[in-house]
Write a new protein. Structure first.
Length: 718
């Protein structure tokens, strides 16, 4: 944002962080409503957002957050309980504030209607009266609805706490009412001071030039619907002087908010029925109200379903921009500055040694520079490391909202939030994790009644955990749902031609079919999943991060997805090896040792070698990559491990350890197998970085093929 004032950019970034903390706090309050410290933190976050909005010109944010802050303050002081409905409303307010924050400052007013629709619902939790605002369930441009105000309107009666009530009032005035000093117009005007009133007059309109017209008589019947925070006794007091000779009926219809247009439609149900008594007319009105509320509820459910499937993709698309800056621990910055100082000193020493042609001094500087470079690399990469827990709260919210939409009771548990991962990896792993979580909730977990019938707890459980394992981060998503029917997967795989009818693949191989494009065993497509267009994308995205994904399941007990990712995408430690004139890098995280072998006769692409009393498969990189040149009679074998399996790579020479600055492959080379990237060597040449997990899967496939065909393995002598 080069054209944005730095102070405003800082407010935007801090507000994003505050909104993240607010969401996390609200979700924690749902499980522990008595956590006063968390409640205070939520209030402070909203207060800071409001104050900053007013200071930096975000007037709509300041206006909108005023009532939200007031409600949180009432909860904080004990005037309101912490309820699921209030927390849901506050979470919706958090989403709206983020929308206002990301909208251009000169277009804030365009979101005013959306603000008012949310404030209409918050008003039910505010002390004070009623005012008008658009309906929460309605679209922009619809007629306004009634809501209690936040103190800006004075009513002719004390306002009751809670949402407004809607009353039906019928007044059939005595034709001689005017002769007693009473006036129906004055009565209606007084009633109007107590809330929003809609009036339907029955009967013929008097004709002024008609001889039968009497200006001292009252004509007609009045049906009124009024939305008011006042008590019913306050309404009765309006008619205290006419109850004796006029027909007055006051009937409570509904507690809550309705649009003005809905009130007009309810009144229309009484048109032409002014001759009905109060009980019959009341039944007619209640039937119309029940039909109207059913339509409103249906519209809300459709709106929530639409919001849960389509619009949520938009914030995800903006995620990289939202994370364009990082907050860095001051100790790490201090360490970085100190190392830069050492680097300046080393550069000065190197210049002096070069001028003096002192080779010993140059060698000493080289050793110090290597040490400093290693440390500098670690600190620099550490600046990009973020705890993965920073996105766990987003998944908590996703699980909460989606479970409610699916009608399921789900407990979401997260472990290992302190596990650090490169910021780029975190940004790019969000979408795959979201899809996997949605699959667990939609396909994996059963409905409460199904779980009870199966002897399970009605509440399902989804666990997301992260931990370090060697040079990788392992992320596991597990649920205790119905699991995966491997037999159904096999039938679908055979139908799709992924598995031969006579083949006997292992369970792991069958589960791997789920990652094939378009593969789905869902009986029907839902708004959440079932189209078979997600798991293959999940696998491709994870492999693009040089990671792996595995699926395991126990029918009736649940499924587990395990993802292994590198800590960083920028720099890795590796060993440089040579095959002919080609250079390769084997990641140090996968390296387990070295062996040698003497080669006699024809070399296979995949062979076996004895290692520590057992047989291990080995891959000839010369044959695999078709490297030109003569096959040497002696090779070094680089022993690696990935996905729990050991595989050796046969090379001509091992050059030594090397730090590799990873360069991604160009798009035209994305189809290349077994290579995860490139790096530039010190002499300017290029080395290819081996994708060890992909090579392990290749070897596993070749071994399985040999087992099925009966082709024997050939052991190469060492």
């Amino acid at each position: 944002m080069p054209d944005v004032d730095p102070s405003i950019a800082l407010y935007i970034e801090e507000t994003r962080e505050l909104l993240g903390e607010l969401e996390q706090g609200l979700l924690e309050l749902e499980t522990n409503p008595a956590d006063t410290a968390r409640l205070d933190a939520c209030f402070r976050a909203m207060h800071t957002i409001k104050g900053g909005g007013a200071m930096f010109g975000f007037e709509e944010i300041s206006r909108f957050t005023h009532d939200v802050e007031t409600v949180l303050d009432r909860v904080r002081t004990g005037d309101l309980p912490v309820s699921r409905e209030l927390l849901s409303l506050t979470l919706a307010a958090k989403d709206h504030i983020l929308t206002l924050l990301e909208a251009p400052r000169d277009q804030q007013d365009a979101h005013r209607n959306a603000s008012d629709r949310l404030l209409a619902s918050f008003a039910a939790y505010l002390p004070g009266g009623a005012a008008t605002a658009p309906d929460l369930a309605g679209d922009a441009g619809e007629p306004p609805i009634l809501r209690p105000a936040s103190g800006e309107h004075e009513y002719a009666c004390p306002a009751l706490p809670g949402p407004p009530s809607i009353y039906w009032v019928r007044l059939r005035p005595n034709p001689d009412m005017l002769l007693t000093g009473n006036d129906p117009v004055r009565l209606l005007a007084e009633l109007d001071t107590m809330g929003e009133m809609h009036v339907l007059r029955h009967g013929p309109k008097p004709v002024l030039d008609n001889d039968d017209f009497d200006p001292e008589r009252v004509y007609g019947l009045f049906d009124m619907l009024i939305a008011t925070p006042c008590a019913v006794d306050n309404l009765r007091d309006v008619f205290i002087f006419v109850e004796g000779d006029s027909e007055v009926g006051i009937h409570h219809l509904h507690t809550g908010i309705l649009r003005a247009a809905d009130l007009d439609e309810l009144l229309a149900a009484l048109k032409g029925h002014d001759d009905e008594d109060l009980e019959v007319a009341g039944n007619r009105l209640e039937a119309a109200l029940a039909a109207k509320l059913a339509l409103i509820e249906s519209a809300k459910q459709k709106s929530q379903t639409k919001k849960g499937s389509e619009p949520r993709a938009a914030p995800q698309a903006k995620a990289p921009a939202a994370a364009a800056t990082l907050r860095v621990d001051a100790a790490r910055l201090d360490s970085l500055v100190s190392m830069v100082g050492e680097l300046v000193i080393l550069q000065s020493r190197l210049r002096q040694a070069a001028k003096a042609r002192d080779l010993d001094a140059v060698t000493e500087v080289d050793e110090d520079l290597e040490r400093l470079t290693d440390n500098l690399r670690d600190v620099a990469l550490g600046l990009r490391m973020l705890p993965i827990g920073s996105v766990f709260s987003q998944f908590t919210r996703l699980t909460r909202d989606l479970a409610a939409n699916l009608g399921k009771d789900v407990e979401f548990v997260a472990h290992g939030g302190e596990t650090e991962l490169d910021k780029t990896v975190i940004d790019r792993i969000k979408d795959p994790l979201v899809h996997l979580l949605r699959n667990s909730l939609d396909h994996g977990l059963e409905r409460p009644e199904e779980r009870q019938a199966a002897g399970k707890s009605p509440q399902g459980r989804v666990t997301l955990s992260a931990n370090h394992s060697g040079g990788n981060v392992v992320i596991v998503i597990a649920d205790d749902g119905r699991g995966i029917d491997v037999a159904a997967v096999r039938r679908k795989a055979v139908e799709r031609g992924l598995v031969a009818p006579e083949a006997e693949p292992s369970e792991k191989e069958l589960l791997d079919c789920i990652f094939a494009p378009g593969f789905s065993t869902a009986a029907k497509v839902s708004d959440v999943s079932g189209r078979g267009v997600g798991m293959d994308v999940v696998k491709k995205n994870i492999e693009a991060l040089r990671g792996t994904v595995e699926l395991a399941s126990v029918l009736g007990q649940g499924a587990t997805v395990t993802i292994r990712l590198p800590l960083t995408l920028a720099i890795i430690d590796g060993f440089n090896v040579m095959v002919g004139g080609d250079s390769f890098i084997v990641p140090l995280a996968n390296l387990r040792g070295f062996q040698e072998r003497f080669v006699e006769g024809q070399v296979r692409t995949v062979d076996t070698i004895e290692r520590m009393g057992s047989m291990a498969p080995v891959v000839s990189l010369r044959r695999l990559f078709d490297v030109p040149g003569d096959q040497p009679g002696y090779e070094r074998v680089v022993i690696t491990e990935a996905e729990g399996e050991t595989v050796g790579f046969c090379v001509d020479k091992v050059i030594g350890r090397q730090q590799a600055v990873i360069k991604s492959l160009d798009d035209c080379y994305r189809h290349l197998k077994w290579i995860s990237g490139t790096t530039i060597n010190g002499d300017g040449s290029i080395s290819l970085i081996l994708d060890v997990p992909q090579l392990v899967r290749f070897v596993r496939g070749r071994e399985d093929s040999r087992l099925h065909t009966g082709e024997p393995f050939r052991t190469v002598s060492q």
